[in-house]
Design a protein around this ligand. Structure first.
Ligand code: ZN
Ligand code: CA
Length: 313
């Protein structure tokens, strides 16, 4: 009897898994269900570089350079002919960039691509750079002054003018209606702690903020990368665009292996309002976003940041 019951239960369970996405009941429903077993990540190449350090010449180091460049830790300056800008040499500039990354994420600043550093780097994250208009840290100084605030702004402190404190947002045609409610809730969370008000606009073209799910190269010069890696990105004021990577497993609420839409919306709305990343792990503006959890409250670091940016409003 038992041997016959087991397959039946298995079939029922599988059926339920497929029914859940269409029912979309809160708080643990998924908007997609075919990604869960996918283990490859666009950042997985870093695993093969584990242990590398200054002086090494290993195939793939160039990808590490591009990774650190994308997120704001590495710059060979305007000199395109820099001797190591496009090769696999782990040079001084790269070591300094790795240290900068380690410092930002409160890891030991070894300058070596150690296990903990690789483990951090391979986690899914926001696509916006961590160092936009933030001064590089000088490692020749031994004593760093402890930073009380961790928030940051975009390079020119871009922000909405006072005439735009009541903002409208709209979803691209074809957006699943189930995805709209949690994103609308995220706008309300920001409205509750700032001077901003948000209203949904029916006309996508006329809205101040445009929200869409995009795949791969979607025409803004910042291509998405399939499942894993970059989850979403958004632009500084007043461009007003928030893009979710449509290839990610999205959920409404905390669901193992899935990313919560509202949690990611809270983070990306921070960018839309003018906040860049924060190295405070509990802040909404922290660049890494875990699957299977929700983070639905603004941290005081986020609130201090947004108030500092608009303090004279
Ligand atoms: Zn971000
Ligand atoms: Ca991705």
């Amino acid at each position: 009897m038992a041997s016959k019951t087991l397959p039946l239960l298995t079939i029922l369970t599988l059926d339920l898994l497929f029914i859940i996405p269409s029912l979309l009941y809160c708080p643990t429903s998924s908007l997609s269900h075919d990604h869960k077993n996918s283990s490859s990540s666009p950042f997985e190449f870093l695993e093969h570089l584990k242990g590398s350090h200054k002086g090494d010449h290993i195939q793939g180091i160039l990808d590490l350079k591009l990774f650190l460049e994308k997120f704001g830790y590495l710059s060979y300056g305007n000199d395109k002919n820099h001797i190591h800008a496009d090769d696999d040499d782990f040079d001084d500039v790269l070591e300094s960039a790795v240290k900068d990354y380690q410092h930002y994420f409160h890891l030991r600043t070894t300058g070596t691509l150690d296990g903990k550093t690789v483990s951090k780097m391979t986690k899914p994250r926001c696509g916006v750079s961590d160092h936009i208009g933030v001064h590089k840290i000088d490692y020749s100084k031994k004593d760093h002054i402890h930073e009380v605030s961790h928030y940051s702004f975009f390079s020119s402190k871009q922000k909405w003018p006072p005439s735009k404190y009541h903002l409208t947002y709209a979803f691209a045609p074809g957006t699943l209606s189930e995805a709209m409610t949690p994103i609308a809730q995220a706008f309300q969370t920001w409205a509750a702690s700032t001077h901003f008000k948000f209203r949904r606009h029916r006309d996508y073209k006329k809205a101040d903020i445009k929200i869409s799910f995009e795949q791969g190269d979607h025409g803004d010069g910042s291509s998405f990368d399939g499942t894993g890696g970059i989850l979403a990105h958004a632009y500084a004021p007043t461009y007003g665009k928030l893009h979710y990577d449509a290839d990610e497993p999205w959920s409404i609420g905390a669901l193992e292996g899935y990313y919560d839409l509202e949690t990611v919306a809270l983070h990306e709305i921070g960018h839309l309002l003018g906040l860049a990343h924060s190295s405070e792990e509990d802040a909404i503006m922290y660049p890494y976003i875990s699957s299977g959890v929700t983070k639905l409250d603004l941290h005081h670091d986020d609130i201090h940041g947004i108030r500092a940016l608009y303090k004279s409003h």
